[in-house]
Design a protein. Sequence first.
Length: 118
Amino acid sequence: QVQLVESGGGLVQAGGSLRLPCVASVPTFRGFTIAWFRQALGKEREIVAGIGRLGISRYYADSVKRRFAISRDNTINMVYLQMNSLKPDDTALYCCAAGSNVGVYTYWGQGTQVTVSS
């Protein structure tokens, strides 16, 4: 069983930054691809960023390119989402997810709320 726990959310003004850590409780962490998703109130869940097993391949949604950065440290089972130049449209519940294959995410965290004020 894989457990994912996110943290780092909160209230920030537009233009500010937040860093969201996600810790995974699984010894085979490096065997999983990891992604960050978000869901705003009344909207569908969308993928924000993804990272491959070795941290080399990365994906970003167009809406966050050049503002967000995903990284991972396989030595401590951590994934991070660095969010810069935040906008009110970035307000959402952010969740990290893990899967054995790209695009197939089996394990999900509970999420951390990010609220960006204008």
